[in-house]
Design a protein around this ligand. Structure first.
Ligand code: FES
Length: 237
């Protein structure tokens, strides 16, 4: 295997030439925060939480998709990097429904953890907030787009791993959402109720229905055109 020499935060290491900066940093026990990244499932560089300074590059780079190369020099904790991550997180939080006390993911939420780790206590950006309908017509999944952070993990899981493609990213800019074709409820699109989208969601935008008896009742109802899981389940660490 071809190896390259890279320096991360003045730590010199040798890593495989096909590594990203994030993988190289992990090998050196250097922590870089991530949000959208999910190894082998969602490697799209969508959130920019993992930005780092790369010597010679004109702007900050997303470590999760930036490839290593011979002699690469990376800095993960400069003031510019820390400020960029904080601003990004505040922008995400500025359009996030902050009902943490009543959220099923409270204390198990990657956004909450990032806010704590990056010491975000105030949000400098106030403005319009999304107010989208909650989709709870599916027998198994509740979808709350107001909590979605647009990481696209659920989309990659549904489309690329489960090969279902019931959800995708729609619209652009502030109106960007993860939704179904023609914004139909999940119950009216070919969702197979595998629940893998819930498994990979970093926040509470996708959750299981609370009442499991009603779930089974609905799944057994032939009038509901529901397909029970056929795709293989994937365990996400
Ligand atoms: Fe790298 Fe989201 S974790 S861009």
């Amino acid at each position: 295997m071809q190896m390259v020499n890279v320096t991360i935060d003045n730590c010199k290491i040798q890593v495989p030439a096909n590594y990203t900066v994030l993988e190289a940093a992990k090998q050196a026990n250097i922590d870089i925060p991530t949000l959208c990244f999910l190894k082998d499932i969602n490697e799209v560089g969508a959130c920019r939480m993992c930005v780092v300074e790369v010597k010679g590059a004109r702007s900050l780079q997303a470590a999760c998709v930036y490839p290593v190369s011979e002699g690469l020099e990376v800095y993960t904790q400069t003031p510019a990097v820390r400020e960029a991550r904080k601003v990004t997180l505040e922008l995400i939080l500025s359009n996030h429904e902050k009902k943490c006390l009543t959220c099923v993911r409270s204390e198990n939420c990657e956004l909450q953890r990032l806010a704590k780790d990056l010491n975000v206590k105030d949000i400098r950006f106030e403005g319009e907030m999304s107010n989208l309908p909650i989709d709870d017509l599916s027998p198994s999944v509740v979808r709350d787009p107001n909590k979605c952070v647009l990481c696209r993990r659920c989309v990659s899981m549904c489309k690329n791993v489960q090969t279902v493609g019931a959800i995708d990213v729609t619209e652009r800019g502030f109106r960007t959402t993860v939704s179904t074709a023609f914004n139909k409820p999940l119950s009216e699109v070919p969702c197979v109720n595998c629940g893998q989208c819930i498994n990979v969601c970093p926040v509470g935008a996708l959750r299981e229905k609370d009442d499991i008896d009603k779930v089974w009742e609905a799944l057994a109802n032939p009038e509901l055109h529901v397909v029970v899981q056929t795709a293989p389940a994937v365990r996400v660490a």
